[in-house]
Design a protein. Structure first.
Lengths: 276, 288
């Protein structure tokens, strides 16, 4: 008996799943909707869902008042820079672990992951001092380096996972044909590794974009990214829901879109290959 | 196979990552240890000399210490419980045949991409505010007294916010795992007359074991250092002071670096206990 899924069951599944999906998504939807309301409509009682006068004034106000573009720029530099630097350091490491594994490879990988467990707050003051010492407190370069370091274990793991799936025979064949190590990496490995590297980059950009311990504690006026920009809204002054929503929408939109496009790759990457 | 030459090349390629991480671990750690044995008040006299284990004793005997450990464990445990249980349920639901599955996935994963400061502020103001929040409107609609979420039920509220952020991750990982389950096995069990709950307990759940381990490991890493969600909602008030937050207050707010560093060492010890425990499981589970 081939178990035919009845139409009725499919309807129930669909309704349930969409209901739950919309419920989970609702806070984001509500934020986006509120960002187009006037401040008075944003706190109207009862709440207005769609029947309000759509306006862009909050976006204009946020752009004008808080120099949003500088925060955005800082976020882009910090997330992009730390990812780029991390990839440059992690690719050779992951490559060697995947293709020239030794007895210690697994231990090194686990050790790397365990450094992620080091509570950031435990080393906050030393890092703070080091930044002052080098004159890089409240600078983008400090955050690029720090975020690169905290995400490095994850980058190495992810790349290792992807590289391991590249069949070793191809590399051996290239070696037999007399390819040097450099040629092997450049012409054989790189093209095959690009998809894995791309999803690693994506995940790392997302993690760095949303990182909110170091970015809040090590920046002030100059290097503050969007996480700090939003946190400045935590002490409300007057009517501000609509502006808060506009600012929030602007802070999350780039990553939300990026994430949606790459959700499939993210899953396999984030589980370090443990779940297929 | 691997020649001696390629082996040393491999070590060289690994070196930058290993050296950097080693430095990242050891340098600040050594400094934290050093400060933890000193009376060090940057704004009130600076380095006031060695005090032995004074800071350690004071940190533990402060009335805020044990509650903060408990809060940390409650937060991490609560979020893990909610996300894993709901994640399994959601994964099973999303794995059923339906229309628009891809779209639902997109809706479900969205919270994962929202930065912690944004989600905390949105929840705090637009949902949990006792006057204008949507939940207050909802409560009033049903004739109930609106709850002051972040003061009356502060820790559960934060657990809720954080669970909302991490549920997508758990769901997606578990969904991926469930999709690799051999459906013939389930169908065979069904034909043999195994009821749904037994099929779940003896086939689906064991199959998900590995995925659940991964979810717990990765979430624990991130949950132990939860900061922004507390920073922008309660600021550590109303029983939401985790160990992380307590140390943050000692170091940055009261500028007592010695005391805060001793706290940092405790946090590192706590994290290591959990790490060793987790690494054992994961190492076992990931070894193929």
């Amino acid at each position: 008996m081939a178990r035919a899924v009845t139409q009725q069951r499919k309807i129930i599944n669909t309704t349930l799943a969409w209901g739950v999906g919309l419920l989970i998504f609702f806070p984001i939807l509500w934020t986006i909707l509120t960002s187009f309301k006037t401040e008075a409509q944003a706190i109207a009682d009862p709440p207005i869902f769609l029947g309000f006068d759509w306006t862009l004034e909050n976006y204009a106000a946020v752009m004008e008042r808080s120099n949003y573009s500088r925060f955005l720029w800082n976020s882009i530099i910090i997330a992009g820079g730390s990812t780029l630097l991390g990839i440059l350091i992690a690719v050779p490491a992951a490559w060697s672990m995947a293709f020239v594994p030794s007895k210690r490879t697994k231990d090194i990988l686990l050790w790397m992951l365990s450094t992620k467990m080091l509570p950031a707050v435990g080393v906050l003051y030393p890092i703070y001092l080091i930044c002052i010492q080098f004159g890089i407190l409240d600078s983008k370069i400090a955050l690029v380096i720090i975020l690169m370091l905290i995400n490095l274990p994850i980058i190495v793991w992810m790349l290792y996972t992807y590289f391991k799936e590249i069949p070793g025979e191809i590399l051996e064949a290239a070696r037999m044909d007399g390819a040097s190590l450099k040629e092997e990496v450049l012409y054989v490995l790189t093209p095959m590794a690009i998809p894995g590297i791309a999803s690693t980059v994506l995940l790392n950009v997302i993690l760095a974009w949303n990182e909110a311990f170091w970015t809040l504690n090590l920046t002030a006026a100059k290097a503050a990214p969007l996480t700090a920009f939003i946190a400045s809204y935590s002490s409300p002054e007057g009517l501000f829901y609509a502006k808060l929503s506009a600012a929030s929408t602007m802070a999350i939109a780039p990553i939300l879109i990026l994430g949606w496009f790459s959700q499939k790759q993210l899953v396999s990457g984030l589980t370090f290959g443990a779940v297929k | 196979m691997a020649t001696h030459h390629s082996r040393s090349a491999a070590r060289l390629m690994m070196a930058p990552a290993v050296v950097l991480l080693l430095g990242w671990m050891l340098v600040p750690l050594t400094m934290t240890l050093y400060f933890s044995f000193k009376k060090y008040l940057p704004l009130r006299g600076g380095d006031l000399g060695w005090v032995g284990f004074d800071n350690y004793v004071r940190f533990v005997s402060s009335s805020a210490f044990w509650p903060s450990v408990l809060t940390t464990l409650t937060l991490v445990g609560g979020v893990l419980l909610i996300t894993v249980v709901l994640g399994v349920v959601l994964a099973i639901l999303l794995n059923q045949p339906m229309w628009g599955q891809g779209m639902v996935r997109i809706l479900v994963i969205a919270p994962f991409f929202v930065m912690p400061t944004v989600s905390a502020l949105v929840w705090k103001n637009m949902f949990m505010d006792p006057n204008y929040g949507l939940l207050a409107h909802l409560w009033e609609f049903f004739g109930a007294q609106p709850v002051e979420w972040l003061s009356q039920a502060s820790l559960p509220s934060i657990v809720m916010i954080v669970s909302w952020q991490w549920l997508p991750f758990a769901t997606l990982i578990l969904l991926t795992a469930i999709q690799s389950l051999d459906s013939e096995q389930l169908e065979a069990a069904e034909m043999d007359g195994a009821p749904a709950h037994k099929r779940f307990a003896f086939i689906t759940l064991p199959h998900l074991g590995r995925a659940i381990t991964v979810v717990i490991l990765i979430q624990t890493i991130f949950l132990l250092s939860i900061f922004a969600e507390i920073f922008v909602t309660t600021g550590g008030a109303f029983g939401t002071k985790t160990l992380t937050y307590l140390i943050f207050q000692r170091v940055l707010e009261s500028q007592n670096v010695g005391l805060g560093s001793a706290g940092g060492v405790y946090a590192i010890i706590l994290a290591n206990i959990i790490a060793i425990f987790l690494m054992r499981i994961v190492g076992k589970n990931l070894a193929k």
